[in-house]
Design a binder for this molecule. Structure first.
Ligand code: ZN
Length: 235
């Protein structure tokens, strides 16, 4: 009986290590996923800002076109001045020039406003692009590091798994199945010590008769409260 119990204790130690290694793998994978999600989020921002900037630049080019047209119009009307013969005609042309200049000034103001918007957006975009570059570099470097850690972890898992398999082979199938069930249901602790008449897995008192049997060590005992398999350290 002691021999089986020793095997089970050894098995549990390995299973706990394996569970830890699985947790390490999950942690690493989550870290990489988070980095990649961050990167994607910033990339989306960069794409959106680039699209907005494109729209503004097209609008600005349109305004520049309008300005050229208005400039042409002013020159054309001013060109008519030398040919003017009547006072009435003169007043009308001056009024036309005045209107064309006002339109041009308005378009210039709109253009300046657009250029300001473009400059602000460009600054945002520059900032986000710097951020994207930084996170891409970080992500890439970390990916290399984590890949190495995962490889190391996987090799350890493989080695421990092999030891586990050979240990498990020496245990009766039914006992192994029972152990595995309790291990899964009871937070990775299936085999536990009994001390001073109590189960250390759940801290409940064991029936005195069972405790005595445990002392004799003739058969495997389960805690009646948590079902864990019990052992006693022999004095
Ligand atoms: Zn218990």
């Amino acid at each position: 009986m002691h021999e089986k119990m020793n095997l089970l204790r050894e098995l549990q130690e390995i299973d706990q290590e394996l569970a830890q290694m699985t947790a390490v793998r999950t942690r690493h994978e989550n870290e990489l996923q988070n980095l990649s999600a961050d990167k994607e989020r910033i990339q989306t921002m960069v794409d959106e800002l680039t699209a907005q900037l494109d729209v503004l630049q097209k609008e600005e080019a349109q305004l520049q076109q309008e300005l050229l047209g208005e400039q042409d119009q002013i020159e054309k009307v001013e060109g008519r001045l030398p040919e003017i013969q009547t006072q009435k005609e003169y007043v009308a042309v001056l009024k036309e020039i005045d209107l064309a200049k006002k339109a041009s000034i308005e378009t210039q103001a709109k253009t300046a406003e657009k250029e300001k918007e473009i400059a602000e957006l460009q600054a945002d975009l520059d900032e986000k692009q710097t951020e994207l570059k930084a996170i891409s570099e970080k992500s890439e470097a970390r990916q290399t590091e984590v890949a190495a850690l995962l490889k190391e972890n996987d090799e350890k898992v493989k080695a421990r798994q092999a030891t586990r398999d050979s240990l498990a082979k020496d245990l009766p199938k039914q006992l192994l199945r029972k152990y595995q069930q309790i291990f899964a249901r009871r937070g990775g602790l299936a085999v536990t010590q009994a001390v001073d008449g109590a189960c250390l897995g759940c801290n409940m008192q064991l029936p005195p008769q069972q405790y005595n049997q445990l002392h004799r060590g003739t058969e495997l005992q389960s805690c009646p409260h948590c079902n864990r398999l019990l052992y006693m350290e022999q004095a």
